[in-house]
Every structure is written in structure tokens, then in C-alpha cells.
Write a new protein. Structure first.
Length: 607
């Protein structure tokens, strides 16, 4: 603490300088022991009391800390600042009532008289005392730190007998330690993190939060909005694809147990490819169908087998195994169709398409008919026969693939599919529809099978057989772009037929009453006409009906024009057509057209 003393006597001032001599402070303070103190409040004097006694070590910290300082006693006021109140000393020479005689040592210490007042005020308390008169002009005697400490110690010992030293302030006990928070598990942390994140997200998505965010950071919020919209679009597309793949309508025909097994098989097929697990779940699905009573000819069982073949082809790239699975499915379908046809011939089927009671008692009825009361034997026959025809057409394409290259099997499968389809159409045309039968194959599917068979004949150089198939397929086709492509195929077939000699038998060949050309010039003319039709029809298609097939048909027609020009002995025209074909094929990214055009230009250079 710091201490100050203020003095005045009858209008005279005294100034004392105390630099390094702090002993005088202790000596002056020791004279306060005999003073009379009064409290001064805003309303006046209230009471008197003795000055407080100092503990033995009260001045020791002050003397040690202020010894190196320079304390100047003003001749008007020198103030001591205590921790809890302020003391001011003032001499009242004209107030005998408040004058208190000093003890004998007061004259030697330089104090003439003193009177003290102690006001009990909330702002502080003041003590009034007198100091030496100014006319003595004698400073306090010099003192050393040891003298100051000794004086303070003597004063403390003198007053310690009457008033006990003040007790040190009580230190409040330390607060109890905070108990450690219980450890959070990972799930609790994630749950709390999700809760806080959702709360912050809900707050930020309010109109007020959005406006504040745009106002604080417009560029950042713009980028955030774009990313958010993009993320929402991606999530919506992912949900749509998930529903489309794992909850397709084909799964609705299965019980829940079988559907879950098929979804797991698709998961290990598409999301996390694992052939062993996928095949295991497919087998489990078929076993579960057998346990639930589904017949081998039911749609549920046949769909799983077809799905396995598709998985082998597209995901495992095992074309041979896929062909074997499809071949087994086709054989089973044909076998059951044969049994149904035999039952029909033997008269075991009534007019409603159901087994007669005597035949049912003999065990001829099959379980799918019993399970599906609305399905007749004729409907079952059509379903199995159409599936067999479709699988046979698929086998024709699969055998002709570059990974298999079994053209004989391909042609045999396509011939069976086309002949069976035409035979069924002829039967219906003669006998009419039977109970439960629906429309036979769509014209587009039948035309596609004829086109595939025509290409099979074309690969073997049997142009006289592929041309009628292309013409029938063209009549059944409804897609304008696909029609343009078929016209170009007809042009190529006629152009190639002009290079092979024809016999007299083939001269009588007709298509719908129209005789086929037999001479080279006639074939070239027919090829030129079909190529012109392909280019014209392919270029006329507009709007949504126009697809990439139209562009490829136009490019292929230009290449056909080049080949025809070479056959007619017009190399310059052929070179121009090949160049146009290459440019158009490059424009539409038609690799096959680019290849054919470059081969044609190479043939022209070699000749």
C-alpha cells in the first residue's frame, strides 16, 4: 500500500522532501497512536474512536518497495493511500474542542498538535492531523531502510499489546473440481452431430437465414446454391435409378422373399460386382420359387433363367455360357409346347382351353393352370412359344457376335424363329384365335427377325435369299430411319448380286408378283434406285423421329453410290462419293462408314 500525509497550520505551509528516507514515515505514523479519530459523514460528526493499530509487519512491504522510489511531500498535502480507506491529516489550531495533546515524544518528532476525525462514508474515511510548521525549515532526519524497518517494527510492537493484529482476509475455498463428462459412444456422437447439423440446416434454410447469408457473402452463397441444386439433382437421379433397377415392375410378380434374393443378386451384379455371390443368389431365388410351388414353365422361373443368361453375357462377358443357358430355356419351352399340342390333338382340351375332367384326373393338368385360373392352355402355349421364338432370335444374334462367330448356328436359330412365327400366323389366319390367346408377335419384332436372317444370308453371299427377306422386313417396319437403313441394305444386296451369275431357275423368282432382275445392268439399276431412296428418306425425317440411324443411313448410301460408280467404271464419281461419305461419317462419328470409305479410296488408288 502507499501512504500520504497532508498538513497546514494557520495559513503557513510546510514542505518536506523525502527521497530515500522512509523512516520518517514510520516515525510520523507512530504518533497517530494517541490521536482521537472521528467519523465524518455527509450529515456531520457522529462518533470518536482510537486510531487503528498497525500489525508488526504492516510497513515492511511498503518500506522495501518504496525505498528505491522518490516520494516528494508537498507542502500543502501529502496523502497516504490505504487498501480500504484514505487518511488526510489537518491541524485545527483554532478548535480546542477537537485538539488532542500529544505525548512527550511528539515535540521531538515535529508534530505540534493533532485532532483526528474519521467519517463513516461509503466513499472513504478521512483523518485530520497536524505536521511541523513551515518556519522550522528542518526536514526529517535521514534514515536508512533498516531504520525504517526498525521504526515500523517498534510501532507495531507498541500497538500489538492493545489491539490484536487484523486477521488476514479469509480465502474462499477452491471450487470443487468439475466432474468429467461421460464419454460418448460413436453412435451418440453421430446422433448428436446429425441433430445439430439438421438444426443448423433448418435455421439456414429459413427465408431470414437465406437473406442474411446472401447479404454477408453473395458470391459464396451463389456457388453454394449451385452446388446444392446440383447435389439435389444427382440425388433425385440416383433415387430414380435405384427404384428403376431394384424395384422394377418385373419383380412385382414375385413374393417378397424371392424379390429380396433377386435384389441382392442385382446388387452383386451392378453395385458391387461379385460373380460368385450373384450366381448364388440367383440359384437361391430359383430354389425358393420351387419351394413356393411355381412350375418350371411359369413366368417367375423363366424370368430368372433369362436374367442369368443376360448377366453372363453383359456382366461376365461369357457369351458361350449365355448361349448355353438360352438354348436350355428354348428347349424347355419347345418341349412344353409339344406336350400341349399333343394334348390338343388327342382331344384332352375342351373348348374353353382347359383340361377335360378325365384328363385332369389322369394327371395331365399342370400346376400353373391350377394356380392361375385365368390362364388357359392356349394362353400358356402362346406364352411359351413366343418366348422360344424370341430366345431363338437372340441366339441368332449371339452366335453371329464377334466373340462367338458360329454363323451356321446363328442362321439355323434365325430360320427356326422366322419359320415358327410365320407358321403361327398362318394357323391363326386359318383357324382363328383360340380362348385365352392374345395378339401374336408385333410386326416390328417379326420384321427385325427377317432382317437378321437376311443379314445372315448376306454374310454367306446368298443374295437371292436375303433380298426377299429385306423387302418383307421393310414392309413390316414402321420406324422411318430403320426403313432408310433397310433400303440401303437392299441396294447393297442388288449391287453384290450383279457380280454373281444367275441360273435359269432364279430368273423366275418373284416377290409379291414382281420379278427379280436377273441381268447385271438390272441389278445395278435396282441398287442405284434403292440407294437413292435410302438417301432421300433418310434426309426427309425431321423432329423427334430423326435419330442417329438416319444419319448413318445417308452416309452408307453415299458409300453405296461410290461402289456402284466403281462397278460402272466411273472412278472420279466414285472418289467424290467416298470422300463425301468419309466427311459425313466423321461428322456423325460413324466409324463403320469411315472404314468403308477409306477402303473404297484405297481400291481406287490401287487401280
Amino acid at each position: 500500500c502507499s501512504v500520504g500525509i497532508g498538513s497546514s497550520l494557520g495559513g503557513s505551509n510546510w514542505t518536506g522532501t523525502l527521497g530515500s528516507n522512509l523512516g520518517a514515515i514510520a516515525e510520523a505514523a507512530s504518533r497517530w497512536n494517541g490521536l482521537s479519530w472521528k467519523y465524518i459523514d455527509d450529515d456531520g460528526f457522529k462518533a470518536e474512536r482510537a486510531p487503528p493499530a498497525f500489525p508488526p509487519d504492516y510497513f515492511q512491504p511498503a518500506a522495501d518497495s518504496f525505498y528505491l522510489g522518490n516520494l516528494i511531500l508537498s507542502r500543502r498535502s501529502t496523502t497516504f493511500f490505504f487498501p480500504t480507506f484514505r487518511l488526510f491529516a489537518h491541524t485545527h489550531t483554532h478548535s480546542p474542542a477537537f485538539r488532542t495533546p500529544l505525548p512527550p515524544q511528539t515535540s521531538t518528532s515535529g508534530l505540534a498538535s493533532s485532532s483526528t476525525m474519521l467519517p463513516p462514508s461509503s466513499a472513504g474515511r478521512r483523518l485530520m492531523a497536524s505536521l511541523r510548521p513551515l518556519h522550522l525549515r528542518r526536514p526529517f532526519p535521514p534514515s536508512s531502510p533498516s531504520y525504517a524497518l526498525a521504526a515500523g517494527s517498534t510501532l507495531a510492537k507498541r500497538n500489538s499489546s492493545s489491539i490484536p493484529p487484523p486477521r488476514p482476509p479469509s480465502i474462499p475455498p477452491p471450487p470443487p473440481p468439475v466432474p468429467p463428462l461421460p464419454k460418448m459412444t460413436r453412435m451418440q456422437f453421430l446422433r448428436k452431430l446429425l441433430k445439430v447439423s439438421l438444426q443448423n440446416l433448418a435455421l439456414s434454410m429459413t427465408p431470414r437465414g437465406i437473406r442474411a447469408a446472401f447479404r454477408d457473402s453473395p458470391i459464396g452463397m451463389t456457388y453454394t446454391t449451385i452446388v446444392f441444386v446440383f447435389t439435389m439433382v444427382v440425388c433425385a437421379f440416383a433415387i430414380y435409378e435405384y427404384r428403376r433397377v431394384f424395384y422394377k415392375p418385373a419383380f412385382s410378380i414375385y413374393p417378397r422373399e424371392v424379390g429380396d434374393l433377386l435384389r441382392r443378386a442385382l446388387y452383386y451384379t451392378i453395385i458391387y460386382p461379385n460373380p460368385e455371390l450373384a450366381l448364388r443368389f440367383y440359384n437361391k431365388a430359383m430354389e425358393k420359387c420351387s419351394e413356393l410351388g411355381f412350375d418350371a414353365t411359369s413366368d417367375q422361373m423363366l424370368y430368372i433363367r433369362v436374367q442369368v443368361a443376360s448377366w453372363l453375357e453383359h456382366n461376365i462377358n461369357n457369351y458361350q455360357k449365355a448361349a448355353e443357358v438360352l438354348k436350355l430355356i428354348k428347349a424347355d419351352c419347345v418341349k412344353f409346347v409339344f406336350y400341349i399340342n399333343r394334348s390338343i390333338r388327342e382331344g384332352k382340351v375342351d373348348d374353353k382351353g382347359m383340361y377335360r375332367p378325365d384328363a385332369a384326373a389322369g394327371g395331365e393338368a399342370s400346376s400353373p393352370v391350377a394356380l392361375l385360373g385365368s390362364e388357359t392352355l392356349w394362353r400358356k402355349r402362346q406364352r411359351l412359344l413366343s418366348l422360344a421364338v424370341g430366345i431363338s432370335a437372340k441366339l441368332g444374334e449371339l452366335y453371329a457376335d464377334e466373340h462367338v462367330l458360329e454363323f451356321d448356328n446363328s442362321q439355323a436359330s434365325l430360320i427356326w424363329a422366322v419359320e415358327t412365327s410365320l407358321a403361327e400366323l398362318q394357323r391363326r389366319h386359318k383357324e382363328g384365335s383360340r380362348p385365352g390367346e392374345e395378339e401374336w408377335l408385333e410386326p416390328q419384332k417379326l420384321g427385325a427377325m427377317m432382317e437378321s436372317l437376311g443379314r445372315s444370308y448376306e454374310r454367306k453371299g446368298q443374295y437371292q435369299l436375303c433380298i426377299p427377306l429385306f423387302i418383307y422386313a421393310l414392309r413390316l417396319c414402321t420406324d422411318p430411319c430403320q426403313r432408310a437403313m433397310m433400303m440401303n441394305n437392299l441396294a447393297v444386296a442388288f449391287a453384290q448380286q450383279s457380280q454373281t451369275p444367275t441360273s435359269e431357275e432364279e430368273e423366275a423368282t418373284t416377290v409379291d408378283g414382281a420379278a427379280m432382275p436377273t441381268t447385271r445392268e438390272g441389278n445395278l439399276t435396282a441398287a442405284h434406285n434403292w440407294a437413292t431412296n435410302a438417301q432421300t428418306h433418310g434426309g426427309e425425317v425431321r423432329g423427334e423421329d430423326r435419330t442417329v440411324t438416319c444419319d448413318r443411313a445417308c452416309a452408307a448410301a453415299l458409300c453405296t453410290f461410290g461402289d456402284l460408280a466403281v462397278m460402272m467404271g466411273k472412278p472420279e464419281l466414285a472418289r467424290a462419293r467416298f470422300c463425301e461419305c468419309r466427311e459425313m461419317s466423321l461428322k456423325f462419328e460413324f466409324d463403320e462408314g469411315v472404314k468403308q470409305a477409306e477402303e473404297g479410296l484405297a481400291r481406287l488408288k490401287s487401280t
